[in-house]
Design a protein around this ligand. Sequence first.
Ligand SMILES: [Mg+2]
Length: 129
Amino acid sequence: MKGLRMDGTAIRVMAVDDSPITRKMIKKALEPEGFAIIGEAANGRDAVEMYNKIKPDVITMDVTMPIMDGLKAAQVIKEQNPAQKIIMLSAMSDNDIVAEARGWGIVHFCAKPFKPEEIVEKIMQVISE
Ligand SMILES: [Mg+2]
């Protein structure tokens, strides 16, 4: 159970993606490992609002979303809490996106499509830092 800490508490994750299928896939990958999906959002604006209420340990953040994209949402959240752990999930191997996100202190990326074990391992890596 990689999603559980030594004290038995679950690592709390907020999944942000405009695709319900992708959010479901993230849940299916993480919940069997003991992670708790404590919130889901389908756009950046809702993600920022929800973030302030639930304060997850890790955020998985899609890039391309309506209303507010994941880069903007990640920037806003990082300004509020520079220590917040965010993993950008991107279908694009776009160097500009990576460079822009790095500028805001986001250093973790997971390329879409990803395998369930890849997202699990990425979160383990982020949590251990
Ligand atoms: Mg998207």
